[in-house]
Ligand binder design. Structure first.
Ligand code: ATP
Length: 497
């Protein structure tokens, strides 16, 4: 992760927000290359999800909505994470990310150990238990640790569990519900009546506008409403770079189906669609897996949720959640607003509230996955035959921030630079391209490798004096071949879609 974070900063993908003031935890800025990559992810999703489907339409709803939306949706009462405070250090932890275990020697609990959630949680707890036994000179057989998180701690255990900040017991509080919505005030008055929220998800926009779309959009069941936009969550512990931040961007779609439709089949189809889409933007299938939420942990209205997980450097984590939510959301808004959210079924002449399948994904999490999967360091041989390290981002041409770099072989030969400029301007009408005439050609290739540019084209004397073809150098294979302008456009057309 450190390498990825360093690359992001060095090459202008991502900066910490308000960095000159020390940064603000959980907020990030996207730099010149990052903004292109992010836009490409969004555009691919929008094109595939909305424009290229006949059954999905798009909307864009406001970030601040009527506060009653969030009461009806259950967010005011229930959008909480369990929070544990350390009274000594003033650190705050998400209770479900703070693990502990009794240290059991010869069948007796002698103390407790704690560790924060990571790939090594169990190992860390075991090591801590062994260290504690050694330090206190306790004789006997140490039993393997039994990790539980703080939401599972019994009242009498809490005082005995050491704080990860101080290593000492006695300062952790019992978990309490912490609402993650950011509050603000609308209008000139600041009192209870003016309280509003920054949306913690985009999905409610689709439910609240359901009738508007049905009445105006010429849609017929089954159909989806999609939206891309910012969401805000006051996460207790933002971490893992842009994986969990407090301001992030979501791409969500609500797919409405008949109340009698086979929701399970539809759910499966969307899981498969989402997985294939991730592969189409360059994520290797080997890094993807599915996690079905256990029935007993689902909300009462939920029929099933499956997450597409991605193998990040810090562990296998949720990338895309695909939930079958029944007709809970529309039903809640119908009750709270007094406005029926029904559809008329021509076949049965009955009205009903449609059910919904919801694929919800974060743009930033895809961004990070694409970078992590694409990053590689290789040993290669330079023009002089010396071994050197090559950093390469193997990004799919669909999302790469720069598609083609146009490089005149020499900077001071007008015939070359003019031809290169002409090609550059022509490509620029369709794609994000880059023109670079400074430095040795090998160095220029490396610069492009590091930012994931799939192709470099070099304009040389043969280009201007002979058949107009130029050298195409491929990022991944590093192979070079002659190619015509028409062939270059055909190649981009086929791979950047
Ligand atoms: P998590 O369990 O990781 O907090 P969640 O299950 O609460 O996520 P959802 O409410 O299902 O997430 O949100 C849908 C998607 O939005 C997630 O799959 C993820 O891609 C993205 N997302 C959610 N929270 C964040 C965040 N704090 N930062 C970045 N992306 C997020």
């Amino acid at each position: 992760m450190e390498t990825i974070v360093a690359l992001c900063k060095r090459r202008g993908f991502i900066f910490q927000s308000s960095e000159i003031y020390g940064g603000l935890n959980g907020f990030f800025d996207y730099g010149p290359l990052g903004v292109e990559l992010k836009k490409n992810i969004r555009d691919c999703w929008w094109n595939d999800m909305v424009r290229r489907r006949d059954d999905v339409v798009g909307i864009e709803t406001s970030i601040i909505m009527h506060p009653k939306v969030w009461q009806a949706s259950g967010h005011v009462d229930g959008f909480t994470d369990p929070l544990v405070d350390c009274k000594a250090s003033k650190q705050r932890y998400r209770a479900d990310q703070l693990f502990f275990s009794p240290v059991v020697v010869d069948g007796t609990v002698v103390a407790y150990v704690s560790a924060l959630e990571s790939e090594r949680t169990t190992a860390e707890l075991q090591e801590a238990a062994e260290a504690l036994k050694r330090k206190r000179g306790i004789q006997g057989k140490l039993e393997p640790v039994q990790p539980r998180d703080m939401t599972e701690a019994k009242a009498e255990e809490i005082a005995l569990i050491p704080s990860p900040a101080t290593g000492e017991p006695g300062s952790l509080t019992p978990p309490r519900a912490f609402n993650m919505m950011f509050e603000t005030n609308v209008g000139a008055l600041r009192d209870a009546s003016s309280v509003a929220y920054l949306r913690p998800e985009t999905a409610q926009g689709m439910f609240v506008d359901f009738k508007n779309v049905v009445d105006t959009g010429r849609v017929k069941l089954p159909f989806g409403i999609a939206q891309i936009g910012k969401s805000f969550r006051n996460e207790i512990t933002p971490r893992n770079f842009i994986f969990r931040s407090r301001e992030f961007e979501q791409m969500e779609m609500e797919y409405f189906i008949h109340e009698d439709a086979d929701w399970s089949k539809c759910h499966q189809e969307w899981i498969e669609w989402c997985k294939q889409w991730l592969i189409s933007v360059g994520l290797p299938e080997s890094h993807l897996s599915l996690y079905a939420h256990p029935k007993e942990k689902l909300a009462f209205y939920s029929k099933g949720t499956v997450d597409i997980m991605f193998k990040y450097p810090f562990g296998v984590q949720e990338l895309w959640g695909i939930a079958a939510r029944g007709n809970y959301d529309l039903g809640q808004h119908a009750t709270a607003s007094g406005k029926p959210q029904e559809i008329f079924d021509e076949a049965t002449k009955k009205k009903f509230v449609p059910h919904v399948i919801e694929p919800a994904v974060g743009v930033d999490r895809i961004f990070l996955a694409v970078l992590c999967a694409g990053y590689a360091e290789e040993e290669v041989t330079d023009e002089k035959g010396n071994a050197e390290k090559r950093v390469v981002l193997r990004l799919s041409p669909r999302v790469a921030p720069v598609k083609v770099a146009v490089l005149p072989l020499l900077k001071n030969k007008e015939a070359l630079t003019q031809r290169a400029q002409a090609l550059y301007r022509k490509l620029q009408r369709r794609y994000a391209v880059f023109y670079d005439e400074s430095g040795a050609i090998g160095r220029r290739y490396r610069r492009q490798d590091e930012i994931g540019t799939p192709w470099c084209v070099t304009i040389d004397f043969d280009t201007v004096e002979k058949d107009g073809t130029f050298t195409l150098r491929e990022r991944d294979s590093m192979q070079q071949r002659r190619i015509s302008e028409a062939e270059l456009f055909a190649l981009s057309e086929e791979t950047v879609y």
